[in-house]
Write a protein that binds this ligand. Structure first.
Ligand code: NAD
Ligand code: UDP
Ligand code: UDP
Length: 321
């Protein structure tokens, strides 16, 4: 048992100092829970959680999920893993270890405690999809030996482990396949398209558009995604996922660049650069399952989410005179 007194839950968030993890910590604390935020600070930033440190219900644990962990909690959200291509390709072996060994350790912990565990999986399990939009039934089109494989195959193997622990040990699992998400606390230098374009526009350097800019993505604002996480975690036990969470409104990267330029009033030019290898051509979630099973759908339009994100980067000093 995690505690003798009280009815709120004690929840472990791995990767809790990262972009998504820190917003999840905020939300869980606001809902009255205790939060243990675990992070090795590989890509996470203490600044994302500094405001939570005075809260007696918040606890910070420096730990690497590739090593075993023995603590007592009521639920686990497993988010630890570098998520942007330049971060996960920095040390690809460690990326696969984080997904696979991290999943084994967190599943082992959940099994010992008999608790529910959530996995932050990804639309990358669909690879460069030939089915569009992507439904959860689609098995994907993934290169097993390319530059993105450490992330894609690591996340696919983690899903395998989650479902085998579920079948073999009766563990309650919640697997979310997250599509591109953006918002305040994205790392300014993680190379992801929304942060890149905004920082480039605010600082007046060229916007780097890869390939012909016609490849598409669907961008979900972070507050919408976190609502989806909580609904999935709190859903009835028989709902295991995998379940797509993302915004189905699709944009080309060229449209995104134009929108960022218009919103920031930037004079940056658009500079075309080569498309990275294995870059998916298109990506759009089918969120029918999330709608029907969780009553969830995104509410924040890209135009509004970009305003919040641009304001965040301005506050951080980008584009200051
Ligand atoms: P992020 O890089 O901001 O956060 C990841 C966090 O995990 C960081 O704080 C990092 O320090 C920590 N971490 C990395 N390796 C670790 C390890 N071995 N042990 C402990 N902590 C470790 O990325 P994010 O965007 O917040 O992504 C969070 C999760 O969501 C990831 O699992 C990612 O794969 C998944 N995801 C994110 C997106 C997105 O668009 N942001 C899309 C799909 C999936
Ligand atoms: N584990 C952990 N914390 C726990 C229980 C297990 O980190 O509270 C790790 C443990 O180190 C093991 C892994 O989770 O390597 C998988 O545990 P499981 O019980 O499934 O397998 P086994 O211990 O039999 O290898
Ligand atoms: N991209 C781009 N310019 C950049 C960064 C990314 O044109 O400065 C493109 C990238 O090639 C991809 C899309 O934007 O087609 C989304 O890239 P990101 O790394 O954000 O996410 P992912 O490829 O993992 O979906």
């Amino acid at each position: 048992m995690a505690r003798l007194y009280g009815s709120s839950k004690r929840i472990l968030v791995t990767g809790g100092a990262g972009f998504l993890g820190s917003h999840l910590c905020d939300r869980l604390l606001a809902d009255g829970h205790e939060v243990i935020c675990l992070d090795n600070f590989f890509t996470g930033d203490k600044a994302n959680i500094t405001h939570l440190l005075p809260d007696p219900k918040f606890e910070l644990l420096r730990h690497d999920v590739t090593f075993p962990l023995f603590i007592e909690v009521d639920e686990i959200f497993n988010l630890a893993c570098p998520a942007s291509p330049i971060h996960y390709q920095h040390d690809p072996v460690q990326t696969t270890k984080t997904s696979v060994h991290g999943a084994i350790n967190m599943l082992g912990l959940a099994k010992r405690l008999g608790i529910r565990i959530f996995q932050a999986s990804t639309s990358e399990v669909y690879g460069d999809p030939v089915v569009h939009p992507q439904t959860e039934e689609y098995w994907g089109h993934v290169n097993p030996i390319g530059l993105r494989s450490c992330y894609d195959e690591g996340k696919r193997c983690a899903e395998t482990l989650f479902f085998d622990y579920h079948r073999q040990c009766g563990l309650e699992i919640k697997v979310a396949r997250i599509f591109n998400t953006y918002g305040p606390r994205m790392h300014h230098a993680d190379g992801r398209v929304v942060s890149n374009f905004i920082v480039q526009a605010l600082t007046g350097v060229p916007i780097t558009l890869y390939g012909d800019g016609e490849q598409s993505r669907s961008f979900c604002f972070v507050s919408d995604l976190i609502e989806g996480f909580v609904r999935l975690m709190d859903s009835p036990g028989e709902i295991t996922g995998p379940i797509n969470l993302g915004n189905p409104v699709e944009f080309s990267m060229r449209q995104l660049a134009e929108q960022v330029l218009a919103k920031t009033g930037s004079k940056s030019e658009i500079k075309f650069e080569p498309l990275p290898s294995d870059d998916p051509r298109q990506r759009q979630p089918d969120i029918g399952k999330a709608r029907s099973l969780l009553g969830w759908e995104p509410t924040v339009a890209l135009a509004d989410g970009l305003d919040h994100t641009i304001a965040y980067f301005r506050e951080r000093g980008f584009g200051a005179a």
